[in-house]
Design a protein around this ligand. Structure first.
Ligand code: BES
Ligand code: MN
Ligand code: ZN
Length: 499
């Protein structure tokens, strides 16, 4: 884990083993470069004039033992054009600085890069982003390779330097919050990356227990299959029937707010592997369905953040954990299940299982008379078609809540986009044999899935995050992303009045 802080004083005398400064592609030196240039009697300017320093965005050059400078290594980072130096460009450059410093095996990085205008990135979010990007830069995939591992990054401390005195308090607060959030993202990424034969419903329950054991304000309760049956969660059980892995229903309660204050309830889809069941999926990329528990992982990770920061709010996490398998006992297309709410569902497609486990978990949330309920789920391929991999889908029955979540995503660089959800879509779920069907056809698939959940959240202030496109990336860099922990943490930090 990295320590974050701010460092004050002249850059030339700063104690750090790597000092990162930026250079634009124009002739003017940045403030930081001018300081080091003066200390080194014009060395930076000479290097720049001979074309030995980078200026293109994200390019780096390591200088060793720059005369007159205490830091042994100075990492010069190209910032590109001054006019194009946005929040996004700055993030790229900070990541380049972190990677350059990690490659050189430095243990302490002092960051003195230029920053974008305050309108794009204020002091607090500067700290948040530095911690966020540092956590991502040192993350290494938790693989199960048996060979010798490359050494872990040596980076132990990251300091933001070159700040005006008035910025330090807000930056430090951002660093503290950001550090907890990036620890949460690491937890989510690790859980997602684990294979389905390790990360089972029982494994998720054990994770919840160990989280509760480390934080006094967290309480956990785990329901086994017999207890789930007593809760009458017939839709959840219809999904897990085909699997030899027993289901778990996990309840985590965080008490940080006033006694009796209505909690925010987070509900996570925890399908530890989704084969599709009898409506079996195509083999292509089916391995990625180990990530189908990322909603559950998000709930665990967000509660970890909330507990680590001791936020003054009440938060409840509900996790429906199952494995979706075909088998002789598995639910068949056309089978009818009775949900905890008493309503019947005709299961026309056993691959639309997420909504089945969520409807029972959402119903359970009613006992808390919650201030808001947010479910998080890798729910539909259709959401990936609609939004690609950049935005999480937001739907719900309370526009103010949906807007709050979208804003939290914008502020935390973990973006989300609202899709419409009206009664029109629910009509696609009509069934001849039960109160509703679990699928509504191909068109508007992300929204009809949400419409199904909407049937179980009447009277609640509810929103749904479809993270199918954002929870992990495919291809050569396959792995969990840690999203939407920044969004959820932002939402709760705001509700708690901490920002
Ligand atoms: N877990 C999947 C959704 C998914 C698919 C997420 C691909 C990310 C990538 C979900 O359980 C599912 O299978 N949904 C079906 C619903 C359909 C049967 C109505 C889908 O999206 O195809
Ligand atoms: Mn499925
Ligand atoms: Zn699924």
């Amino acid at each position: 884990m990295i320590r974050f802080d701010t460092q004050h004083g002249r850059l030339a005398t700063l104690a750090a083993d790597c000092l990162a400064i930026g250079l634009f592609d124009d002739n003017a030196l940045t403030d930081a470069a001018r300081e080091l240039d003066a200390a080194s009697k014009g060395q930076l300017r000479r290097l720049r004039e001979s074309g030995d320093l980078p200026s293109r965005p994200g390019e780096t050059q390591l200088l060793l033992q720059l005369p007159g400078v205490r830091a042994r290594r100075v990492l010069v980072v190209g910032l590109g054009k001054r006019s194009e130096f946005s929040r996004r460009a700055w993030r790229k450059c900070v990541t380049a600085a972190l990677n350059g410093c990690i490659r050189g095996r430095s243990t302490h990085l002092a960051l003195a890069l230029e920053r974008p205008e305050a309108g794009q990135l204020d002091d607090y979010y500067l700290g948040r982003a530095v911690a966020d990007l540092a956590g991502a830069a040192v993350y290494r995939v938790n693989d199960q390779k048996s060979g010798r591992r490359p050494p872990a990054p040596a980076l132990r401390r990251v300091s933001v330097a070159g700040l005006p005195a008035g910025a330090r308090v807000a930056v430090s607060k951002g660093l503290a919050h950001g550090g907890a959030i990036s620890d949460g993202q690491k937890l989510l990424r690790d859980l997602g990356n684990l294979p389905g034969n390790i990360c089972t419903p029982r494994y998720l329950a054990a994770q919840a227990k160990s989280l509760a054991a480390t934080h006094r304000a967290l309480r956990v309760r785990v329901f086994d299959e017999a207890q789930i049956r007593r809760l009458k969660m017939g839709c959840l059980l219809a999904v897990s029937r085909g699997s030899a892995e027993p289901p778990r229903f996990i309840v985590l309660e965080y008490r940080g707010g006033r006694r009796g204050a209505a909690p925010v309830v987070l509900v996570g889809k925890g399908v530890t592997f989704d084969t599709g069941g009898i409506s079996l999926k195509d083999p292509a990329a089916m391995d990625e369905m180990k990530y189908d528990m990322c909603g559950a992982g998000s709930v665990l990770a967000t509660l970890q953040v909330v507990a680590a920061l001791k936020l003054p709010v009440n938060v409840v996490g509900l996790i429906a954990a199952v494995e979706n398998m075909p088998g002789s006992r598995a639910t068949k297309p056309g089978d009818i299940a009775t949900s905890a709410s008493g309503r019947t569902v005709e299961i026309l497609n056993t691959d639309a299982e997420g909504r089945l486990i969520l409807c029972d978990a959402l119903d359970y949330s009613r006992r808390y008379e919650p201030a808001a309920v947010v479910d998080i789920a890798t729910l539909t391929g259709a959401c990936v078609v609609a939004l690609g991999h950049h935005f999480t889908g937001v739907m719900g029955n309370d526009d103010a809540l949906a807007r709050e979540l979208v804003q939290a995503g914008t502020d935390s660089d973990d973006r989300a986009w609202q899709l419409p959800l009206t009664e029109d879509y629910a009509e696609q779920l009509r069934s001849n044999f039960a109160d509703m069907a679990n699928v509504g056809g191909r068109d508007g698939g992300a929204i009809t899935a949400a419409a199904f959940l909407g049937r179980f959240t009447q009277g609640l202030s509810w929103a749904h995050l479809d993270i199918a496109g954002t929870a992990w990336v495919s291809g050569a860099q396959k792995g969990g992303t840690g999203r939407p922990v920044p969004l959820l943490a932002e939402f709760l930090l705001r509700r708690a009045g901490r920002i």
